[in-house]
Write a protein that binds this ligand. Structure first.
Ligand SMILES: [Zn+2]
Length: 270
């Protein structure tokens, strides 16, 4: 079997697990126990009911037991994860970096949907992501991968800090300052604690340069999206518009084409 196909199937099954995390982590429930059940009738689902996408299609998007309709989003998250995994495989091959990317993107998918559903970015994603990002980076460095550490003049004279730690600290601090400044100026919470911690995780995985680029993209997208939501009256001024989904889109964009954007920008201005 072709490897991309296997990776896609693997992505579908991981996506199925991400659905469980999206549903349960904001409610502070275990993702291991109990087994998944229909949210309407409570019937415990068997392996036959849990085949990604196919179970959904086979029952026309309904529960096999009570016939209540199931949100197509579960299948969409599974397909999205499958596509993300194949795309990452195509750019990274079967490498240690591929593993890191797969973990990072899985966390981003969870953050995207929990923030839309509950305005929550679970600590498992943000703090867990920060920890995993740093651990992977340190493991890469100690395994002898010549991955660049921080390339700031301040750090080049013998002091070597893994880029993940520097990225996490800088991005966390930056968002903390922006959040504190915004709440002092506008007396309203513009960025939540979840956003600040997620910024740290993005910094840990992408390093400070790509992470800062991802935040610029997120703020631009967030401003545009906010205006569209207000003008189309989908949201009112008082309603909270979650920022996490914009950070996720910014991070994905920066991960794939960020180096090209930075190179173009630096060529353009310098
Ligand atoms: Zn049911």
């Amino acid at each position: 079997m072709a490897i991309p196909f296997v990776i896609f199937i693997l992505g579908l099954f991981i996506g199925s697990f991400l659905n469980v995390c999206i549903y349960r982590w904001p409610l502070d429930r275990s993702v291991i126990k109990p087994r998944s059940a229909c949210t309407n009738c409570g019937t415990l689902l068997t392996p036959v009911d849990l085949v990604p996408v196919l179970s959904y299609l086979a029952c026309n998007g309904r529960c096999r037991y009570c016939k209540s309709s199931i949100s197509p989003r579960y299948a969409l998250v599974e397909i999205l994860t499958g596509i993300a995994f194949v795309t990452l495989y195509r750019s990274q091959g079967l490498t240690f970096e591929f593993l890191g990317c797969v973990i990072f993107f899985s966390l981003l998918i969870i953050a995207f949907f929990t923030d839309i559903d509950h305005q929550i970015i679970p600590d498992q994603v943000s703090l867990g992501g920060m920890a995993v990002g740093i651990l992977l980076d340190v493991a890469l460095l100690s395994a002898g991968y010549a991955r660049p550490t921080v390339d700031l003049p301040l750090f080049t004279n013998g002091l070597s800090v893994p880029g993940s730690i520097f990225g996490a600290v800088v991005c966390f601090a930056l968002f903390w300052i922006i959040a504190a400044g915004a709440s002092a100026l506008f007396k309203a919470e513009a960025l939540g604690g979840g956003d600040i911690k997620l910024a740290g995780a993005v910094g840990a995985f992408l390093g400070w340069k790509l992470a800062l680029l991802s935040f610029v993209l997120a703020f631009v997208l967030g401003a545009a999206g906010g205006i569209i939501l207000l003008v189309s009256k989908l949201k009112t001024r008082r309603e909270y518009i979650p920022f996490g989904p914009y950070m996720v889109i910014g991070a994905v964009t920066a991960a794939f084409v960020g180096t090209h954007i930075l190179a173009w920008y630096l060529n353009f201005y310098f």
